[in-house]
Ligand binder design. Structure first.
Ligand SMILES: [Zn+2]
Length: 134
């Protein structure tokens, strides 16, 4: 039995984040007034309370802030071990995305490692995952 992830419910607030991968874009909500990036996406800026917010495509480059190696197969078909990391985005200060680091042996992942977003499509969602930057 193949493991299938639990997918988010799309709505007008989060749709750009979860579907930007269709165009290869990691879209983070950004306040158009104070330029603060906002994640998870909301319709009001946490910094200045402006409702003038819109999705902004960032580069998808970042670095591992911290991580954990999961060895427990929590669901049938789940392949282990794998890395769950907090990734700090280079061009969205303060934004952290929690996701998997793929394509690298788990023992080679380290804090500060440069990573780049990649996307895994499942149904109508493009999950942002990260791989070691070239
Ligand atoms: Zn703002």
């Amino acid at each position: 039995m193949a493991f299938t992830r639990i997918l988010p419910n799309l709505n007008s607030t989060n749709r750009d984040f979860w579907t930007g991968g269709a165009q290869g874009e990691l879209r983070i909500m950004q306040c158009q007034d104070c330029k603060t990036h906002i994640h998870p996406p909301t319709l009001v800026c946490r910094h200045c309370l402006s409702d003038n917010v819109a999705p902004h495509a960032v580069s998808g480059a970042g670095q591992v802030d911290t991580y954990v190696i999961n060895y427990q197969p929590w669901a049938p078909g789940m392949e282990v071990p794998f890395v769950v990391a907090r990734v700090a985005l280079d061009d969205a200060p303060g934004v952290i995305i929690t996701s998997d680091i793929i394509g690298t042996p788990v023992d080679d992942v380290d804090i500060g490692m440069k990573v780049q977003v990649t996307f895994l499509q499942q149904e109508d969602v493009w999950l942002p995952l990260f791989e070691k930057a070239a």
